[in-house]
Design a binder for this molecule. Structure first.
Ligand code: NAI
Length: 403
């Protein structure tokens, strides 16, 4: 480890112990010196502190070396395009950052530390700027999409069909971020619930969360003819094109969205794969997409859809928790497995799969984007592009709001 990086790492230990005062100071100073930057941020700044410190941690992280930092800050730079961030904004942020560290590091702040932090920030800013410039040559920072259909499937759940104003290239299993007119500058990730279609439309499964700004707006205050913004597709929870193993897809709630896209792709391709889709829900009423899944099943001889109810039993549905249903499924060890749903469910299902002898490299889920493995241990992988999807309530590392 270089002297410079050791210096920033020692300081970061100090930073982690600070409360929200440092973040408040950072943003106060940034906006006081550069009032126009305030317009890039959402009205409420509550979530900013965690994201700022997450990014700071990545600046000092040496565990995975330069390639991991390049991947993280490259993705961050690409994501920041949709906020209107440009190269000339970076020095202002760097100045506010160093001023904050100087103010809050006490005696630990030395001229060497300042040099080290300045160099580390410059590296991060360069990686972000270069990645943003490269991405600008490939596509727009966002797409405007018209809502074609808004299908309310429950008091807090809607399936939206959107038509982007220009082709939106994505792979089954990926997610997009969404902004609504009601909440300017607030982006939330949702998985695309279909494989790419000839008409270019995308579907989203949205559950309105208590206090959820974007999810509430999409479920309750959006209708046909409205427009939303979509950020560039992201995430690596895709099918392995070289694998012809059968697929086991384990979905909980609206975590169904990316797995339905994978099921469509796997069964509709020229070389259809055998697919078992376990759909976990509490009650029959929560099986919000079952009629469509049955239609898909009828059209695809290699697809089998198995509802698994954790609440009251129902005819034609398996009963119990998803890990128990896996035990009954029998022999998933020769499958490629994809899991999507609440974080705790992903963890318990991943543990059950390990018990059943499924090799970990055949198990794909979306927790790696948040830097946590399914068994709760840190993965050390800041932006893991081989297993990424999105959740209505969780934003993958460092990509929801600027800085
Ligand atoms: N909307 C989207 O595009 C996507 C959403 N997600 C995530 O999927 C989740 C869906 O939430 P809800 O629809 O409210 O689902 P939910 O909380 O109602 O759970 C649905 C089902 O998942 C299973 N489950 C839940 N917790 C479990 C646990 N601890 N152990 C075992 N099984 C469990 C049960 O079968 C339950 O009936 C959210 O966390 C969301 O962030 C993930 C990917 C995409």
């Amino acid at each position: 480890m270089s002297l410079e990086r050791r210096n920033v790492k020692e300081d970061s230990t100090h930073i982690e112990m600070l409360d929200g005062k440092a973040a408040a100071y950072f943003y106060g100073r940034l906006f006081a010196a550069n009032p126009r930057l305030r317009a890039m941020f959402p009205p409420a700044m509550d979530a900013q502190r965690d994201r700022l410190f997450q990014a700071l941690t990545k600046i000092v992280s040496d565990r995975d070396g330069a390639p991991a930092r390049a991947a993280y800050f490259g993705q961050l730079g690409r994501d920041h395009r949709k906020y209107g961030v440009r190269a000339e904004h970076y020095p202002a942020v760097g100045e506010a950052l160093v001023a904050t560290l100087r103010r809050f590091s006490g005696d630990a702040w030395t001229p060497e530390a300042e040099t080290a932090w300045t160099a580390a920030y410059a590296e991060a800013a360069r990686l972000m700027t270069e990645a943003a410039e490269a991405a600008a040559e490939q596509g727009p920072p966002w797409w405007v999409a018209e809502v074609l259909d808004h299908d309310r499937r429950g008091p807090d759940l809607a399936v939206l069909t959107l038509r982007p104003d220009a082709p939106l290239p994505f792979a089954a299993g990926q997610y997009v971020t969404v902004q609504t007119a009601r909440w300017p500058r607030v982006w939330r990730p949702y998985s695309v619930a279909n494989a790419p279609r000839a008409d270019g439309t995308v579907r989203l499964h949205v559950r309105a969360l208590p206090g959820g700004w974007v999810s509430g707006a999409l479920v309750r205050h959006t209708g046909p003819g409205d427009a939303v913004l979509l950020g560039p597709p992201r995430g690596g929870m895709r099918l392995d094109p070289d694998s012809d193993r059968p697929l086991l897809l384990v979905a909980g709630g609206t975590g169904l969205a990316p797995l339905k896209a994978l099921a469509e792709q796997a069964t509709m391709s020229g070389r259809p794969r055998e697919v078992h889709l376990l759909v976990g829900a509490r009650t029959e009423a929560d099986l919000y997409d079952l009629p469509e899944l049955r239609l898909l099943e009828a059209a695809c001889p290699t697809l089998r859809v198995v509802p698994v109810l954790s609440g009251p039993p129902r005819t034609g549905a398996s009963h119990g928790a998803l890990p128990e249903a896996l035990e009954r499924f029998g022999g998933p060890d020769d499958h490629d497995v994809y899991i999507s749903g609440p974080e705790e469910m992903i963890r318990t299902v991943a543990i059950a799969l390990r018990r059943l002898g499924v090799p970990p490299d055949r198990v794909h889920h979306d927790l790696l984007d948040t830097g946590t493995s399914a068994t709760g241990t840190p993965t050390g992988c800041p932006v893991h592009e081989t297993a990424g999807a999105a959740a209505s309530s969780r934003a993958p590392a460092g990509q929801a709001v600027p800085w």
